[in-house]
Ligand binder design. Structure first.
Ligand code: IDP
Ligand code: MG
Length: 189
């Protein structure tokens, strides 16, 4: 009843920094079940479909970045959320294709919320210690990424809503790559 599936991507910076095992361990330790996992090097079409430019997402990205810039007294010159969203989407698409990523489907109670909590804030500098982004990428910030015209290298992507989780799982996995098996812990949920 409360069981959900969610998609995680360990982005290429995770592989490049040899953090794969540590990051996957964190997810295993939540008690959630890994029901799909593979290494995949995305092409442009997959990357664009993953980071769809929808208006709500663009507004959200725009607001998060603008708020941080203003709080730090740094100028934020973008006026149009869609234009900014398009720019971030193109950086994201490039980054996603920098090298192979590990795609994981996790299943269990409240999986989407729990995983987002473990991953931490979008800007690693603001992410709480104990989260993946906070523990392994805290020196990364909007200030640095935007001044270098590149995406935040924040190690992990995680689905943020049930609708996006469904769309993203269908995008990265075919049905026969998702496995249904029992674990001892299942009897409690
Ligand atoms: P999330 O990964 O925490 O869900 P989203 O708002 O969905 O964050 O943004 C997707 C990704 O786009 C982020 O993980 C980050 O890598 C990148 N990103 C978002 N805003 C900016 C920005 O202002 N500069 C650089 N990269 C950004
Ligand atoms: Mg997101």
């Amino acid at each position: 009843m409360h069981t959900e599936k969610t998609l995680i991507l360990i982005k290429h910076d995770g592989l490049a920094r040899n953090l794969l095992g540590k990051i996957i361990s964190r997810f295993e330790e939540t008690g959630l079940k890994i029901v799909g996992m593979k290494m995949i090097w995305a092409d442009e079409s997959l990357a664009k479909k993953h980071y769809v430019l929808d208006e709500t997402w663009a507004k959200n990205v725009f607001e998060k970045t603008k708020t941080t810039h203003e709080r730090e007294g740094k100028p934020f010159t973008y006026k149009d959320p869609l234009e900014f969203g398009r720019l971030i989407q193109s950086w994201n698409s490039e980054f996603l294709r920098e090298g192979p990523v590990i795609a994981v489907v996790l299943q269990g109670p409240h999986a989407i919320e729990v995983v987002r909590k473990f991953v931490g804030s979008t800007e690693p500098r603001q992410a709480a210690p104990g989260t993946i982004r906070g523990d392994f990428a805290m020196i990364e910030s909007y200030a640095i990424a935007n001044s270098k015209a590149r995406v935040l290298r924040n190690l992990v992507h995680a689905s943020d809503t049930p609708e996006n989780a469904k769309r993203e799982i269908e995008l990265w996995f075919s049905p026969n790559e998702i496995h249904n098996y029992k674990k001892e812990i299942d009897k409690y949920f």
